[in-house]
Design a protein around this ligand. Sequence first.
Ligand code: ASP
Length: 343
Amino acid sequence: MTKPRILLIYTGGTIGMVKDYETNALKAFNFEQLLDRVPELIQLHCTIDTYSFKEPIDSSNMNTAYYVTIAEVIESKYSEFDGFLVLTGSDTMAYTSSAISFMLENLAKPVIFTGSQLPIGHLRTDAKENLITSIEIACATKDDKPVISEVCLYFEYKLYRANRTTKVNAEQFEAFASLNYPPLAESGVHLHFNYELLLKPVTKNSTLIVRKTLDNNIVVLKLFPGITEEVIKSIINIKNLKGIVLETYGSGNAPTYPWFINLLEKAIKSGIQIVNVTQCVGGSVILGHYETSVALKRIQVIDGKDITTESAVAKLMYLLGEKISNTEFKKVFEKPLRGELDF
Ligand code: ASP
């Protein structure tokens, strides 16, 4: 039996750092020498190749150009490898992995994002478990087909659908949560896949399409009690603004002040797409459930349902880049494309 081939794409972040004992500072290590750092990898039944950003980045510096680089590496190596691991810093991993999930259409192989809270060279590191189990997941097959054929995020014993995740903790090893969709797999004594939750594999002859045009003329607008008319006005007047992810309260509620609704309506009429997502980490927008969301429904705000802010940002960039017509946009956004929201 041939061994599965896994490509490890290192973009930066804590996972790839080691302590320089002379200076006491954390620095990125050369990923070509991964086996020296994690000799346990030899025991896995697979071959591993690595690709590293020339200058690894802290994920705070992640942007849409880097998204394209990651997608292009996967595209150019797609036929050569059976699975892909993308190692990034955890801070923006939910954004990046959500974006990659939209960029890779007809994906038939596993793409697993992972990282760690402590560097791989640290004595108590969480990096080794995250890395080793992610590789095992990427190698897993059933009836000769990969178990996973979607973009996932693995952290602290749980595999999630990437576009359902949010970073919720900067201290604990359990850094991510996916409150609106259960884990796709859990790692204990055994690796347990929740098969019924996985995205269905794409039809046999469909080929991978990589969507690379992202439009980042968007903004995330988080409501708070006391927000002023001037603030909303200046945001909707930003030059070239094409979309707003509007973080509302609870199940999609917002102030009913006429100036607020009128400004949003004016923005929508001028072609700005406004997506209603909840500020809560779990639960869903339910437009019209409270009086405070009736007007939003009337002015045709897009219903983000139970999508995360990270995923809404990614989907908005992706769909704006696809130049979907104004009349179709709302309908397309409200449908799940990669399992990112409930229908
Ligand atoms: N600041 C780091 C980053 O996101 C944290 C991490 O790697 O988890 O790049």
